[in-house]
Design a protein around this ligand. Sequence first.
Ligand SMILES: Nc1ncnc2c1ncn2[C@@H]1O[C@H](COP(=O)(O)OP(=O)(O)O)[C@@H](O)[C@H]1O
Ligand SMILES: [Mg+2]
Length: 217
Amino acid sequence: MPNSDSILLKADELGRIEIVERDGVRVIRRDIRAARWWARAFARRAAAREARALAKLAGIDGVPSLVGWDGRELLRGYIAGLPMQQAQPRDRAYYRQALRLLAQLHRRGIVHNDLAKEPNWLVRDDGRPALVDFQIAWTRGRRGRLFRLLAREDLRHLLKHKRTYCDHALSTRQRAMLQSPAPHSRLWRATGKRLYKLIARRVFGYWDNEGKGRVRD
Ligand SMILES: Nc1ncnc2c1ncn2[C@@H]1O[C@H](COP(=O)(O)OP(=O)(O)O)[C@@H](O)[C@H]1O
Ligand SMILES: [Mg+2]
């Protein structure tokens, strides 16, 4: 597949996501140059954040490898599979492995922060989970109260998807956790990232035009 033969996955104000081939290997390209001028600074910061997160997560199975980031295009390793809303994972093993994957992220000081969205969860061809889209991840590694709060939200979002597709496998503890969301006021005070998301959704309207995946929050 020559570079001109890219496959477009998504295009919005923040740029384009395509599958391209580099040196004979399939990669996912996020092209910031395709962002609208007024969104470009935001898009670049988000891509830089994603690159930082991927670098810290290097070697974890289920996270794309960071192939390159030059301030204009971000290249991530391609992961063969389908987004959650298409694959609809009903196997409890998927959720067990997803829990383990989240624990690995959190151990490295990364919180994903955007896991309510099904398109950010992949079901690989062999049925195992993978995570993409670390644009609004927490990457600075400090693990205080806020880190724990956000990490718990990551987990709660996974449990919501489990409730949708594999409800009978929820444990009592998991059901209890689903019923106790972090108070929004605390999250709002704690981080501007929620604000980003709200603006993104309300004003730009772009935030989830990918494949009609549901957002649970
Ligand atoms: N490494 C990857 N391997 C396979 N598919 C991917 C990969 N990265 C992204 N995708 C697909 O492209 C979609 C958009 O990518 P994503 O990083 O979520 O962009 P955005 O930040 O615009 O939502 C994802 O929902 C997923 O379906
Ligand atoms: Mg996404």
